[in-house]
Design a protein around this ligand. Sequence first.
Ligand code: SF4
Length: 222
Amino acid sequence: MARSYVHEARKRVGPKRARIVPIIERLVAAHPDATIALRFRDELELLVSVMLSAQTTDVTVNRVTQRLFRKYRTPEDYLAVPETELEADIRPTGTFRQKTRNVRGAMRVLIEEFDGRVPTRLDDLLRLPGVGRKTANVVAAERGATQGIVVDTHVRRLSQRLGFTRQEDPAKIEFDLQRLVPKANWARFPHLLIWHGRRVCIARRPLCERCVLNDLCPASRV
Ligand code: SF4
């Protein structure tokens, strides 16, 4: 029963290849302000902000980094203080011991292997401790060197609801999206889904009746 319902819903909205461009266009119109919410002034601040943003809100990260970035301006600065001092400085972002170890480890690799600069190649970014595909993709995309599609909790949920993927694993979802989303939209696409997920397609209570995608979405409740 459930299966045939899903099948009917998918048939009603049509194939994903025919829906993807109209969906992007409608989301661009609905969320013209959809962009990264973290505040940073350069590539190092970008990297640290994204590393701190795991398991917390962008608002909290911005509050912490406002002070943090006045004190730590170079990769060396993060290594010049005792570990406990950096832990205290980032504590409100949660899992601060792990984050401190990762940030300091990443700074060490930047100094030793990349001349203190943040690389743009995904493979290089992935060599930094604590940097996974999501962080690497965000950093590369924000620097104009997009090589993949960021998959966070919103991108995963919306991609599944919109019938773009049946996968659960973020890397597999990303590859499904790479095959579907026109490359020119790889950087913007996750921001659109993230903002739509925060404002309309909320995890527990999607507001389908006021969603601009409700005639193109197999999970629509209207
Ligand atoms: S129609 Fe509903 S489930 Fe589909 S994207 Fe919109 S809010 Fe989400």
